[in-house]
Design a binder for this molecule. Structure first.
Ligand code: AGP
Length: 617
């Protein structure tokens, strides 16, 4: 889950690397570093390891005269989220070989690094870090010393290394060339006006070019100013696939907000509007053309299995209800990290929907692959064009939320909810399980979500005021029933990851089976109490909490005085049908968690111990 950037042929190589790394920080940020080939055929390397400040220190450590000398040279940069070895300067990338002839950055995990390192050490190599990455530098050193060209040595890594990797390197004798190779972890090549670019993520290079290409699995590349060549593992030259990215560069910036999270909360109406755009008509007609799965196959689906992690898992829990209510077929949900290790026989005619904002979460990717190995149909729901999961699935549905930089998912989560509703309606449409009037009512509701989100967010000030009153509370319990439960889970996750406060989420009816013994004066219960057929039951659960001294905050419908009279504080949201309610219900809880985190002085975009893209188990 690290970020990689490479630039060659640019008059601002060093500054460009720092700029690219700043755009990649959301992929990991415990340390960062760059390496550039100096005109004197030496590797210039600079690294820093300060939680939240690595790039700042990197920039400060780069003298102006050095920046001038590094013009047009080939350089690579890396922002790290530690997997092997502590986040220290010596473990920060780039890593060099014994003689500093080359420098390597790497994203992923080299599974056979222990054996490789042991052999290399026996042959006299000196290791300076605890990382798995360093074996790459020493392996290359040996291959090149043995007479291979740098390019051929890099290609040979595709056979030697096991695991997932995206790697880039520069060599002191080739001041204008970046070499790269990848398996599983993505790499993007860009080429523009005499400049060559490489990145783990389009966001890092979008401001410089839209002439982008995907480096394929088990491929290597040589990137020079304005030109590049791609090879397979046998050294045969390949034609790379062009990538079409519709995002604006502005979409990747903070846009005037104090942090990415508030910008992304604000962007939610548009994220949902763009996600449903062209996909459904007020009549209930649905079009999911890019799904690229034959209507007949989709109509024959008899059950759905949704798999995901974190916020995407919560979206799956809500999506299941839409599938059951509209398409009237059984829908199960599994946590990807659990599903991938179960001996699960997935019945034929199951549609497996793998949901991942990044499209690169290892567990979700492998759960999806496990399903594919059983020859069931898979659909990836993701926000990242060309991401790993999109390349190994039968169908893809993109949430069109634009890049989500804040580590805590907000706009992508609501876009996932809306997109899963479109998918459920599509299956219902093909199966003919809804009447014309029902179809149209559902479509109208989904189409109204962007304006309902906008209306809900007008209440942000009130949500903030309520949250400020609870900023010092120690224990939170989030309760919901049926579609309120995924909302409770998501609200609790937001509070945990941003405010570092204990927050448990339960189906409200489950409290009396144990957790209620935790409730005491001072406990804060956040209950999702929007009007539904279960409203009375949930309010009975609220009474049970209040009777034990809890303070209760309810996510309730606007103007619902009956609910307001039964609780201590209300987060008001517009009424909406139950199936669509998670999209609206989650919004005040995002603002609530954001406010408590800010009151505690936390960095909401980069919560501690987390990374945006989880590419390790
Ligand atoms: C959300 O706020 C979290 N940061 C996290 O739970 C996230 O949803 C999870 O890691 C899954 O990521 P994905 O959607 O990219 O697969």
């Amino acid at each position: 889950m690290c970020g990689i950037i490479g630039i060659t042929g640019s008059e601002d190589t060093a500054a460009g690397l720092l700029e690219g790394l700043a755009l990649l920080e959301y992929r990991g940020y415990d340390s960062a570093g760059i390496a550039v080939v100096e005109p004197s055929n030496k590797i210039f390397r600079l690294r820093a390891a300060e939680q939240g400040g690595s790039l700042y220190h990197l920039g400060n450590g780069l003298p102006k005269e050095k920046t001038a000398r590094l013009k047009y040279a080939a350089g690579i940069g890396h922002t790290r989220w530690a997997t092997h070895g502590a986040p220290t300067v010596s473990n920060a990338h780039p890593h060099v070989d014994c003689q500093s002839t080359l420098a390597v950055v790497h994203n992923g995990i080299i599974e056979n690094h222990n054996r490789l390192a042991r052999d290399l050490k026996e042959r006299g190599h000196h290791f300076a870090s605890e990382t798995d990455t360093e074996v790459i530098a020493h392996l290359l050193e040996e291959q090149i010393a043995g007479g291979k060209s740098v390019k051929d040595a890099v290609i040979s890594l595709l056979t030697v290394l096991r695991g997932a990797f995206a790697l880039a390197l520069v060599h002191k004798d080739f001041p204008d060339t970046i070499y790269a190779a990848r398996r599983t972890s993505p790499l993007i090549i860009g080429s523009e006006a005499g400049v060559g670019l490489l990145a783990s993520d389009v966001a890092a290079v979008l401001e410089r070019t839209r002439n982008l290409f995907e480096l394929g699995d088990d491929q290597a590349a040589e990137i020079r100013p304005g030109a590049f060549r791609v090879y397979d593992h046998l050294g045969v030259e390949m034609q790379p696939k062009a990538i079409n990215v519709g995002w604006s560069t502005e979409a990747a910036r903070k846009g005037g907000f104090p942090d990415y999270m508030s910008k992304e909360i604000h962007e939610q109406p548009r994220a949902v509007a763009e996600t449903i755009l062209g996909r459904l008509e007020p009549s209930g007609e649905t079009r999911l053309e890019e799904l690229d799965i034959d209507d007949g196959r989709l109509a024959a689906v008899e059950r759905v299995l949704l798999v995901a992690c974190g916020s995407s898992y919560h979206a799956a829990l809500a999506g299941r209800h839409a599938m059951e209510a509209w398409a009237k077929i059984p829908a199960e949900v599994d946590i990807a990290s659990e599903m991938r290790y179960r001996s699960m026989q997935i019945p034929k005619n199951t549609l497996v929907v793998a949901i991942s904002q990044s499209g690169e979460t290892t567990d979700t990717y492998h759960a999806m692959r496990q399903a594919r190995s059983q020859e069931v149909m898979t659909v990836a729901v993701t926000n990242v064009v060309g991401s790993l999961m999109t390349r190994e699935t039968d169908g893809v549905l993109y949430t069109r939320a634009g890049p989500e930089i804040g580590v805590a998912s907000t706009k992508c989560h609501v876009a996932q909810l809306a997109l899963l509703q479109c998918l459920a309606l599509r299956v219902a449409d093909l199966k003919g399980t809804l009447s014309v009037a029902e179809k149209s009512a559902v479509a109208e509701e989904i189409l109204s979500l962007p304006s309902l989100i906008e209306r809900t967010l007008l209440g942000q000030e009130q949500f903030r005021k309520v949250a400020e009153r609870y900023a010092e509370a120690r224990d939170f319990y989030y309760l919901g029933r049926r579609l309120g439960f995924p909302v409770a889970l998501e609200g609790a996750l937001k509070l945990k990851e941003l405010a570092y406060v204990r927050a448990e989420a339960y189906p409200a009816g489950e409290m009396k089976h144990g957790p209620i013994s935790l409730i005491e004066p001072g406990s804060v219960v956040v209950v999702v109490a929007k009007r539904s057929s279960l409203w009375e039951k949930i309010m009975a659960n609220v009474e049970e909490m209040r009777a034990r001294g809890a303070t209760v905050i309810a996510v309730a419908d606007e103007g619902d005085e009956e609910t307001a009279a039964l609780v201590d504080d209300v987060l008001e949201t517009p009424p909406v049908t139950e199936v669509c309610s998670p999209v609206i219900g989650v919004l005040p809880l995002q603002v609530f968690a954001y406010t408590v985190a800010k009151a505690k002085g936390h960095d909401v975009d980069r919560p501690r111990n987390l990374a945006k893209v989880v590419t390790v188990e």
